[in-house]
Structure formats: structure tokens, C-alpha cells
Design a protein around this ligand. Sequence first.
Ligand code: ATP
Length: 629
Amino acid sequence: MTSRASKPDTAADLKLRECLDTASSFVIVAGAGSGKTTSLVKALAHLAKKHGAGLRKRRQQVACITYTEVARDEIWHDVGEDPLFHVSTIHSFLWVLIRSFQKDIKLWVADRIAAKIAESQEKIDKPRTHAATKIKEQRNIVRYQRHLEALDSVAQFIYGTGSNYKKGILGHDDVIKMVPELLRAKPLLRALVAQGFPFVFVDESQDTLQEVVEVLKLVREEHRTRFCLGFFGDPMQKIYTTGLGAIPVDEGWVQIDKPENFRCPPNVLNVINKIRLEGDPLEQITGREHWESDGSAQFFILSNQGDRSARLERVVGWLAEHDPQWRGTAAGDGVKLLVIAHRMAANRLGFPDLYAAFNDNSPPSGLKQGFTDGTSWALTPFLSYLLPLLKAIEIGEGFEAMALLRRNSPAFIGVNAVERPSDLLGALKGSVAKLAPAFADGSAVTVGELLEQVLAGGLISLDGRWTEHLPVEGEAAPTEQAEEGDEDTEDGAEKERQVISAFLGCPARQLLGYERYVNDQSVFATQHGIKGAEFDHVLTILDDEEGSHNQYSYDKFFGLVPLSNKDLENINQGKDSVIERTRRLFYVSCSRATKNLAVVYFTSDVEAAKKVVEKRKYVPSNCIKTFEG
Ligand SMILES: Nc1ncnc2c1ncn2[C@@H]1O[C@H](COP(=O)(O)OP(=O)(O)OP(=O)(O)O)[C@@H](O)[C@H]1O
């Protein structure tokens, strides 16, 4: 176990151990930097030490669910890659629970396709449905029926990037929908979960789907004495719309608080406490007796007219020159620039066309959001498969390349480990070899050309949403569109076509810069991508880019732009609102700093913004600069 496990105990850690020793389920609710993940790793270490032998003897594992693959790798490393622990993302965990129940999976898929047919028929039957939509839905029905017929010949379902029922591939959306449904319907499955994984911990629980939380709680209800469920989260750090937020602490559950912040020095802690206080009463105290330095926190309020990049450079220059804490740092040298999706980052990192495709001309909000956080179905084939494959080949990771092909290439479906993998690999070699030139410097290969190449080469199967945009001959399966909602309307469908068409026309190599950006490997990081991370020097950029992001608005958050009727309606109905979403994003970004924080706010009315920021007392007045006049 690594240094996380050896951090000093807090009162929460002691209480947590009591829970583990008595199989009491618990919810840890605590702010940023309070050491939730650290407590989780310490809990795992305790289990290994005190209960490991018994668990191993009974062939049981401790499940630890993380939000991202990066977090998964970190915790897996922290626990010394001990197979006592099953550390994975929620999708992978759910798949592990269900994968040997192939009959149930097939029945579920058949029901799912039947439901899709019924939905399409319902749309066709509505008198107001446009003729073009009716034709499209009719085509869908024919395709769904083909999938239904093909189900009989599917020998085994696997979990891949995008779903293709005909070929027995289930995508992320299927898994996250199917497994909670099957668990809810089948007591035997629930008993097997409790038997196989007597401890299940969920990190970043605020962003976990309600259905998943509920079904895990159901397992706990039925198997109280032998199943311990624990959630580690912070409602103020919920940054995905699908997350549940606060986990209800039901009767018989233990709530564990962690009032400290071990990450942010006093001046930064003051800022994040103030941001949070306007939303909920949790105020953190510092977790350390001594800080090397109190850190620094400054606000820069700048006009959003003209060249923002040049203004940003000026701030970075000013910081290096005037503030000893920032001296010796420069963008790229220990400083992380946190943005929502930002044209400035796109230009610098070389993906301006991709950025424009997903952001210009009022795209459907789901697609735009999916670009911002890297979760869009249109980007998944690249981010989860083709780019990792390219990388694995480039660095000679043959095993990883093979694993990726196995999971994603239709050529491998139904081929088991001992059956001629080398023949298949040989057959795919030609298509794989075409990947690198498409991404090489100066390559003009477009995203569309690349997709056609990899489809024709048998490297990939694409999910149903692509049939609208590419000639994916009869391969598509029906998939969920729930998160990218407005595509479902006539107007939304047309806008989606425009976005995807622009995307297909972009140079494929721009995906490289985009990937670095969403995976936070550049000096710019998305405010979504930095979940759980920490950096010495954080520069948070608040910029509404002419209101192009309707999920978030710093101008609305600071009261400089009036709320829309829809915003007011949401607030009045107690629903999540633009103000709360923006607050949470602002909180997550600022709370990443371990030393210094600078907030750069681009706005149209610098003076008014300055007054609001002063009034909110995030920092003393002399730490607010405008560079105006
Ligand atoms: N008990 C402790 N004593 C000293 N330092 C600690 C302790 N617990 C955590 N830390 C340090 O505090 C920082 C934040 O810890 P951690 O990432 O576990 O917090 P978190 O609550 O999961 O954060 P967040 O929710 O903001 O992502 C890390 O640098 C960690 O090493």
C-alpha cells in the first residue's frame, strides 16, 4: 500500500473502521480535499489486514467503484494491485456482476429491442409527426426487427464501446441500464453480489446514477449482516447532470463527516468556503497544523472583448512578476489552466475545427456538453478505442493493443482466447497500419474518411446513432439517447446532423490535441476532467463565451446577467439550476489548488463584476485586479 494508506488517521477513519468491523453501511459526506479518497484507501488497507485472510478463503473480493479509469488506476496502484480488491469503474463492475448470466442478458436485449420498436411505432402513429421522421422510424423498425431475428445466433454477449446487438456487443448505455434492472428483478443475483463482494465502496458517489445507488441499497437491505456498502462523496462536487448528488442516509446507516481540508492552504480554503457557503452550510477547517505558506488567491477581472489569449498571457506574466509564490512558474510549468471547453485552449492545442464543429451554430446541448466532458457518443470510438490503440501500437504495447482489438473489433467477437488470435491479428494488420498515417503531421485524412477506413477494415463496429450519418450497412443497434435529449426533436435531429457532418469533415489528427485536452495532459484542463486531482498552481478561467454554454453561466452566477424564465422556473421548482451547476463547477476548479489560486473572469462589465466579487469577499480587495484604465 502506498502513502495514501499511511496518512495519519482522522476521527473519520476510526469511525469508518468500526463500520467495516461491524458490517455497518455508511455515507461519507465531506468537502473537497478532506481526504475522502485517502480514507477509502485506508479502509481498503484495514480490510486487507484484518479481514483479508477470511475473504480470500471464501473467494470473496472487496469492490471499489471509481468514476474514471484514471482514478481506478491510482487506487489499484495504492492497494498494491492486490487481487483481493476489485477496483473498477461502475460500468465494468456492473458488467462483471452480469456477464455470466448470458440467458438473462439475451432476454433483456430482446425486450429492449421490442420496446424500441414500440417507441418507433408510437412516433409513426402520432398525427403530428413529420413525414421524414415517419420514414426514418419505419427504417428503424426494419433494422430493429433484423436485430431481433439475429439474436438467436448470438452465442455470447460482450461489453464494448458502442452497442451492436446483432453482433452481441453491449455498450455503456446498455450496461448501466440493464444491470440495475436485472438486479432489481432477480433476488438470486442480489444474493450473489452480497456473497461475492461483501464490501462495496463507491467513490465520487455524488455523480453515481440514482438507479445504481438504489439497487445497491436494495442488496444491502436484504443482506444487512453480510454486506457493507459505503459511499464517499460531496454533493457540491457533482458535475454531471446524471449524478444523484447527496446520498440519502437511511435509517440504520452511519453518516461520517470529515470537516478538515488537507489540500488547500488558508487563503485558498477561504475562497472555496465562501463559494460553498452560498450553496450549503458546510464550512471546512484546515486539516494541517502548519502550512509552509498560506498560499495565495487572487481574482483578475478582464474584459471579454478582443483578444482573450493576450489578456490571459498578461495575467500569467503579472503573476510571475509580482507574486513570489508564482515565480518560476509559467503555463506548462506546474500551472494548470482550468476552463470549461474553451476556444482558446482549442486553438492552442490544435483542434479549432473540432471545437467549432461541436460549439458553433447552436448545436444540440447534449452533443456540446458531451464534447466538453469527453463523453459524447460521437467521440467515444476515438477516445476509448482508436486513439488508445494507436498509442499502444506506437509504444509497442502489443498486449494492450490486442486487448483493445479483442474488446472492440467485430472480427474478434465469438473468438475465444485460444482460437487463432494471431491469424486474426494478421488479417487486421493492414487496417491497423493505416491508423498512424491518418494522424501523422500534415495528414489531411478526415474523421469521416478514417471511420470509413476502420469500418471497412473490420476494426470497429459503431453504435446505432451513426447510421444517420455514415453508411453503416445494417449494423446498428438501438441505443439510448437520453442524455443528449434534444436530438430527439425534429430541429434537434437536424442540428445533430449538422454537428456530425462538420465533425466528419474535420482533420482526424485534431483528435490528438483534443484527447490531450480532455484527458488533462495539457496545461489546459477541463473543469470536468480534474475530478479528484490536485495541482500546485491553479488558474481557473471563468468565461461564458457569449453565453454559448447554457448549462453554466458565470455572468448569471455573479448576477450580471438576468436569469431566464426557465432558470427561474427551475429554481422555483427546486430543480437543479444554472446557478447551482456553475457554483459546483467553480468550487471543484478552485479546490484543486495545493498552493496558489488565480481566478480569471472574462466579462462584459468589468466594473460591475469587480463590485460583486468584492462584495462576496472571496479575497481582500487588494487581491482583485482589473488591468483596466
Ligand atoms: N489524514 C490526512 N492527513 C494528511 N493529509 C491528508 C490526509 N488525508 C488526505 N490528505 C491529503 O489531502 C489531499 C486530498 O486528499 P484526497 O484526494 O483523498 O481528498 P478528497 O476528499 O478525495 O478530495 P476531492 O473530493 O477534492 O477530490 C491529498 O494531498 C492527501 O494526500
